[in-house]
Design a protein around this ligand. Structure first.
Ligand code: IPM
Ligand code: MG
Length: 367
């Protein structure tokens, strides 16, 4: 029998309710198929700081490493904003990424036909957008050392430094992952860098050029990061797969998210060589937390990615993705997409709607 073990780290704010909703859907699918789903839940981020005075405990990392997959909600909130750097809730996320070796962050940006009017951009610009941001996730400015703020008596102030560091092997593995992803899509790869200025980008571009001949069926081009930011709002349909370093990927993926109308729609997968982690791209949204109005679709779509990449259940993944599209086509929306929407539903109702699409008629009748 198919049996899978998940570690859940819902984190803070709406992370808690969207994770619960998505797991509820997944459990229903597993029950329906006669599979077993074991889950363990741990505190991370602000919740862990409150309980244990640390953003993440070592036993949580160990549990994640031994699971089939990890589902994360979101971390952070105003309550923990003024803590010193090593005690910020975001450290939980960075530590998980680093310790699990999750260098390959996939952020698909797909504009659903029923949501083309939800974007702040014109319909003809966004309709049909279907791109994938492949973000390097364990290197660059986020992790390079030195990274510190020190006194600077000479200027009567302080001095701060972050280090942007990349090794060839780090670039090679993410670029290969992006070529592979492009091979399964429309076979176009845009590598984004700032090679006119940054040494790391010069190494990045050289590495892409060296690897490209191994993938003769993929069309590759290079684009500077500032131009990419512009092209994403000018003509996003030119993109298939974008591959870029950590910080550029952070910024460009938020920008790309808005093509879909709401960051509440965007799933992500963070892959490495061991257990992978899945999380919605949106944050903890403390302003609406606990009200059960948050959109769970980004997390539900992240679970679909989990089914595909970690649980080896691609048919279930397709089913779940189709259900999201159908429910949206029927006009159901959460509070993040109210513009022009006919039927506004809460977090739990949205999960129930998805469930009703993914489980067989037989099991609906028996529950
Ligand atoms: C993201 C987030 C994180 C990041 C934060 C919460 C640390 O913005 O996943 O994009 O910067 O990577
Ligand atoms: Mg971000």
């Amino acid at each position: 029998m198919n049996k899978k073990k998940l570690v859940l780290v819902p984190g803070d704010g709406i992370g808690v309710e969207v994770t619960e909703a998505a797991v509820d859907v997944l459990k229903a699918m597993f029950d329906d198929a006669g599979y077993e789903l074991e889950t363990e839940t741990y505190l991370i981020g602000g919740a862990s700081l409150d309980a244990f005075d640390t953003p993440i405990k070592d036993d949580v990392i160990a549990a994640c490493k031994s699971a089939d997959a990890v589902l994360l909600g979101a971390v952070g909130g105003p309550k923990w904003d003024n803590l010193p750097a090593h005690k910020r809730p975001e450290q939980a996320l960075l530590k998980l990424r680093k310790e699990l070796g999750l260098y390959n962050n996939l952020r698909p940006v797909k504009v659903y036909p029923s949501l083309t009017s939800a974007s702040t951009l014109r319909e003809e610009v966004v309709s049909g957008v279907d791109l994938l941001v492949v973000r390097e996730l364990t290197g660059g400015l986020y992790f390079g050392k030195p990274k510190e703020v020190t006194p600077h008596p000479e200027s009567d102030g302080e001095r701060a430094v972050d280090t942007m560091l990349y090794h060839t092997f780090e670039i090679e593995r993410i670029v290969r992952a992006a070529f592979d992803a492009a091979g399964k899509r429309r076979k176009k790869l845009t590598s984004v860098d700032k090679a006119n200025i940054l040494a790391t980008s010069q190494l990045w571009r050289k590495t892409v050029e060296r690897i490209a001949p191994e993938y003769p069926d993929i069309e590759v081009d290079h684009m500077l990061g500032d131009n990419c930011a512009m092209q994403l709002v000018r003509n996003p349909k030119q993109f298939d797969v974008i591959v870029t370093e950590n910080m550029f990927g952070d910024i460009l993926s938020d920008e790309a998210a808005m093509l879909t109308g709401s960051i509440g729609m965007l799933p992500s997968a963070s892959l490495g060589d061991g257990t992978a982690m899945y999380e919605p791209v949106h944050g903890s949204a403390p302003d609406i937390a606990g009200q059960l109005i948050a959109n769970p679709l980004a997390t539900i779509s992240s679970v679909a990615m989990m089914l595909r990449f970690s649980l080896d259940l691609p048919e279930m993944a397709d089913k779940l993705e189709n259900a999201v599209e159908e429910v949206l086509a029927e006009g159901y929306r959460c509070a993040d997409l109210t513009q022009g929407a006919q039927k506004i539903v809460g977090t739990k109702e949205m999960a129930e709607l998805i469930k009703s699409k993914v489980i067989s008629a037989k099991s609906v009748a028996s529950t």
